[in-house]
Design a protein around this ligand. Structure first.
Ligand code: COA
Length: 174
């Protein structure tokens, strides 16, 4: 199947937002999605964007049952390793079910890596739920290392009241 991978535009945010919800449903946590397409537009298309995004687009003749031509996305941003330097973090990779198995996921992932290479990034990291065996296999097949298995890293998060408390406890400048 023919497809094109390109940088998302502000105008793609509604479609990306739709697929973010589809991915959350797949990940069995749709209630966790609080983001709107307006926030994506604001945060991805400002002077210092918080993320970058690629979309996969198929020609009209291959559009989905619902008439959609944007059928996948990869959303990533830049991080920094004090051991290695410039790195990328892949927040989401998603291809709509009816378009899977056509090389689109691999295309998106490779394109993220290519963008990173042009910026001298030396790592591409991401997180996968432990039951998401198809995706664990997909990344492993591309040569990714499972750091939880090999190095025992835990994935830690502050949010909500815990984050609020932490911020409120910050030492005040005199
Ligand atoms: C993971 C995902 C993005 C892969 O996209 P895709 O378009 O179906 O994958 P591709 O067609 O590009 O497959 C590329 C390669 O991976 C292999 N592959 C795809 N799915 C695989 C799987 N479940 N297990 C093992 N290999 C797999 C393909 O055989 C292909 O191999 P090849 O290069 O040797 O031919 C897609 O299945 C998806 O959106 N899944 C649900 C969401 C998800 O789990 N996202 C990741 C969250 S971290």
């Amino acid at each position: 199947m023919q497809f094109k991978i390109r940088a998302a535009t502000k105008g793609d945010c509604k479609e990306v937002s739709r697929m973010i919800m589809e991915l959350a449903v797949y990940e069995k946590m749709p209630d966790q999605v609080k983001i709107s397409h307006e926030e994506l537009e604001r945060d991805g298309f400002c002077q210092n964007p918080f993320f970058e995004c690629l979309v996969a687009e198929v020609p009209e003749e291959h559009k989905s049952k619902e008439g959609l031509t944007i059928v996948g996305y990869a959303l990533y941003f830049y991080t920094y390793s004090t051991w290695k330097g410039r790195t990328q973090y892949l927040e989401d990779l998603y291809v709509m079910p009816e378009f899977r198995g056509n090389g689109i996921g691999k295309g998106l992932l490779s394109k993220v890596a290519e963008v990173g290479k042009t910026k001298e990034c030396v790592r591409l990291q991401l997180s996968v739920l432990n039951w998401n065996k198809p995706s664990l296999d997909f990344y492993a097949a591309k040569g990714a290392q499972d750091l939880t298995a090999s190095e025992g890293w835990h994935f830690i998060r502050f949010d909500g009241q815990n984050l609020e408390n932490l911020a409120n406890e910050a030492p005040k400048d005199e």
